[in-house]
Design a binder for this molecule. Structure first.
Ligand code: OFO
Length: 166
């Protein structure tokens, strides 16, 4: 495996792990603040990011590279409300997308079409997750301070989780 690509894939392991821990912290915050639907949504997102991380670990190892399991900084634990929670979600997804784009760029530069092909799954995933984060944030902006709107948002987000699992 080309050294720079191996290095970037290892860094990606860390970004996926950071996203997983950040979403776990967000789920826990939502749980403690009475947003049970939002909590389930982020518990689910956290699991998904862990799966993305593991997929990378296995890929690097299968291709004769070496995965270095990273140490992680503590995620953000406190949020002023749902808007900040979902802004953090969108920012996190945008950051991950940027890093994936860097990998794609290096793959093309070094003609590593194998890794390029593998990474297409992540490109599609990021498109979906960014779109989801934007949609949810837009809904929260419309709801504003309306308490019954927030109640319905927390109830209806469970539907998104169910649809995602199908
Ligand atoms: Fe790993 O899918 Fe988003 O971040």
């Amino acid at each position: 495996m080309i050294a720079i690509i191996e290095k970037l894939l290892n860094e990606q392991v860390k970004y996926e792990a950071l996203a997983s821990m950040q979403y776990l912290a967000m789920a826990s915050w939502a749980d403690c603040n009475g947003y049970n639907g939002v909590a389930d949504f982020f518990y689910n997102q956290s699991e998904e990011e862990r799966m993305h991380m593991t997929k990378l670990v296995k890929f690097v190892n299968e291709r004769g590279g070496r995965t270095i399991i990273p140490s992680l900084a503590q995620p953000k634990l406190e949020f002023s409300g749902l808007s900040e929670l979902f802004s953090t979600f969108l920012n996190s997804e945008e950051t991950v997308t940027q890093h994936i784009n860097e990998i794609i760029y290096e793959c093309l530069k070094h003609k590593d079409y194998n890794v390029h092909n593998f990474m297409q799954w992540y490109v599609t995933e990021q498109l979906e997750e960014e779109a989801l984060a934007r949609t949810l944030l837009d809904k929260l902006n419309i709801i504003g301070d309306d308490k019954s709107g927030v109640y319905l948002f927390d109830r209806d987000i469970l539907e998104i989780n169910l649809n995602k699992d199908e």
